[in-house]
Design a protein around this ligand. Sequence first.
Ligand SMILES: [Zn+2]
Length: 720
Amino acid sequence: MSLPAPQANGVEGEATTTLVNNVETTQITTVSTTTTAQILDANPDDIPGELTIINENSASEMDVDVSHEVHQEEQAATFSIAVDNSFQRASSLPVSLEPKYKFGYVYDDAMLLHSPQVDHPEMPARIVQIFSKLRKDGVLKYMKRIPIRNVKKFEVLLVHSEDHWDKVDAIKHMTREDIILSTSYYEHLSLYVCEMTTKSALLSCGGTIEAALAVARGELSRTFAIVRPPGHHAEPEEHMGFCFLNNVAVATRVVQQLTPIKRILILDWDVHHGNGTQRAFYDDPNVLYISLHRFEGGTFYPCGPFGGLDQNGVDEGVGTSVNIPWPSAGMKDGDYIHAFTKIVMPIAMEFAPELVMVSAGFDAADGDDLGGCHVSPGCYAHMMHMLVSLAGGKCVVALEGGYNVEALSNSCLAVARVLIGDSPPEMPPLVASEDATETVWAVAMQQSKYWNTIDVKSCEPKEEYGDDVVSFPELLKLHRQNYLFETLKMVQVPLFPDLEERFNSQVLCSEDVMDKETLVLLVHQFGNLRVELTGAMTCEPNQELSYLIDSTRQLVSWVESKGFSYVEVNTLPKPLNANTPKRSWQELGRELVTYLWDNYIQLSRAKNVIVIGHGPGCAAVMELLAKRTQNLLRHAKAVCMIVGDTEVPEAPSASREMRDWYMSNTFVAVPTGHRLIIEGRVKSKHGMVVQFDEPRPIKLLSRALPSMAEFIEGKLSPPS
Ligand SMILES: [Zn+2]
C-alpha cells in the first residue's frame, strides 16, 4: 500500500454511514498513520487501513469511538508543553519530543465487534465503560497507548492446537444462518459467536501480547490490556466460557520465546478458575499459576475437580499450580487479603518471578451478581499493590471477566491508579471469614509440600483454639502489670467504660498516688518486642531469639528511689473488632490522658507533677498542656519529652503564659542525627533540646535518664 505524507494530526479520514443487515454501520476509512500501517501490514488477512465499527442499538449508551481523537489530543497537549518555549537554550532542549511514559494500556474499539444478538453478560459495553472511566479520571494521561494488532497463528500455536486455531478462524466465514443453526452448540460451551468474533478474539490476544512485550522488553514498566473477549477458560484444545483464545497464556509463551524473561507468575483473581491457563502450564516449572476462585466442591463454573486445592501440576511442573478454592459465594475483602498475605505473596516471593501477569477478572467485585462476592475496588488496589512489589515492578494486567459494568470499571480504575504509582486507599479493619481461614489453612497444608515459606501453623484458624488464644499485646500488658506490682506495688486505675474497653489494664499507679507531694506521669506505648521469625514471610516467632526491650525499668527504679508517686499510661489501644467505631489511636490516647488528669492527678495532693512523654506519648502530653493549661501551670514542675525519630513538638501557642513556661521547663531528648539538629532548626519554642550520642530511639530513655533526672531535681528544688 502507498502511504500519504505523515499528517500533523496523525489520522486523516472520512466516515460514511450505511445500513448492513438492518444494522447501522459506520465505515471509517482511515488513511493510516505510520504505526497503524505497520500493524495492519503485519497480517495479510486484514484490509489495510480499514476499520469497521458497528453501532448496534445498544451502542447508543456507549461512549464509542472517541479514543483516537482523545489520544491525539492528549499527545498534542503534551507536545505543546515541550515546544512552547519562547526562550530556549540549545543545551536545554529535550533530546526527543516524544513524552517519556512508564506505563501503558491497550484498547481498541474493534474489540467491540464481537457482540451478542441478545442480552449477554460478556457485552461490548464492558470495555467501553472501563476506557471511558480511565480517561475521565485522567489516569490515561500517564499511560502510553500501545498499538493493537492481530495475534499471529504461530503465536497461538504456542498454546493451542492447530485444530483449535482452525475452529476459531472458521467463525469468520460463518453465515448468519450458520450462526443461528450453531447456537445450541456454542451455548453448550458457554459461548456466543457473530461474524466478527474471530476479528475481536485475534485483537484481544494480540493486544495482550503487545502489552506483555512492552513490559518484558523494558519499554514500559506496567501495562493494562483492556481487552475482550476474555481468555482464561480457553484450553489448548477448546474454546469455552466466553473465551476463544487464551490471551494471557499465549502472551506468556511469546514473552518466553522473544525475550530473556523465562520465569513468570500468572495470578488469576477472576471469580472463576482459569482452567485453560492452568492446563497450558500444568507441567511447566517456569510458570507459576495461582488462582483464587469459587469452587464449591467442583460445582461452580467451569466445574469438575481441576480447580481443587490438590491440583498442583504434573512432572516438572509439580507445585507450580496453586489453587485457592473458595467453598462458597460471598467472599469479601478480608478473605482475599488473608489469602494474599498467607499464600499468594509468600509463594510468589519464593518463586521470584521475572514478570507478573495478572488474569484480572472483576467478577468477584461487589455488585457482580454472576460472581456473588463482595470485593471492593480498594481491595483490588491492595492486591495490585502487593503484586507490583514483585519482579521489579514488571507487571501486566489483562482483563478477563467482570459483568457489572459499574463495579467493573470502578475496580479497573482502582487497579490502574496503583499501576501508575498511586498508593492504595486506606481500608477499614479487615477480618477473614471462617470459610476463608479454613480454606487458606487447607491450602497452606497442601502447598507446604512444595514451598518452604508456607507456614502451616501461622495459617491455622484462631477458632481452632477458641478461648485459648492470647494476643501478644495482651501478654505484654500482663507482664507489665506484674512487673509494676512487684516493684512499686502499682495497681490498675479504673476507667470510664468506653475507655476501659480499649485501655483495660494499661493505666497503672502506685498505691500512694493521692498522697505524695511529687508525682511522675509517664505517657508511652509500652512494648518493643524484638521478634526473630522462623522463616521469611511467616508469622511464627523464633522464641529463643525473641525478646522484649523494656526501656522504662531504670526510670521506675529512679522514681522508687526518690519516693515519688507514679502513674504510667500506655496509649496504644486494644485492637478494634469489626463493630467498633473507627477512631485513631492518637485521638483515643489523647482522650485517655486528659481523662486521667481530670479524674485522678489534679485531685491528688501532689504539688509537683512531672510529665514525661515517650515516643508516640509526646503528642498526648502536648494535647494535655493545651487543654488543661491553667491547671498544669499550677501543678507541673517539668515536662520531659523523649523524642524518637519524629518531629520535636513546639510550645503550645494558644496561651502566652504556657508558651513561656514550656520554653524554660521542658527537657527534650533527641537521638543522634535527629533532623532538627542536622538542619539547625532548634529554637527556644522547642524547650531545652539535648542530643544524646545514641542513634537508637529505643535506648534513648536509659541514655538520657541521668541528665533528665538532674533537670527534674533542679526544677523541684530551684537554687535559692
Ligand atoms: Zn470469571
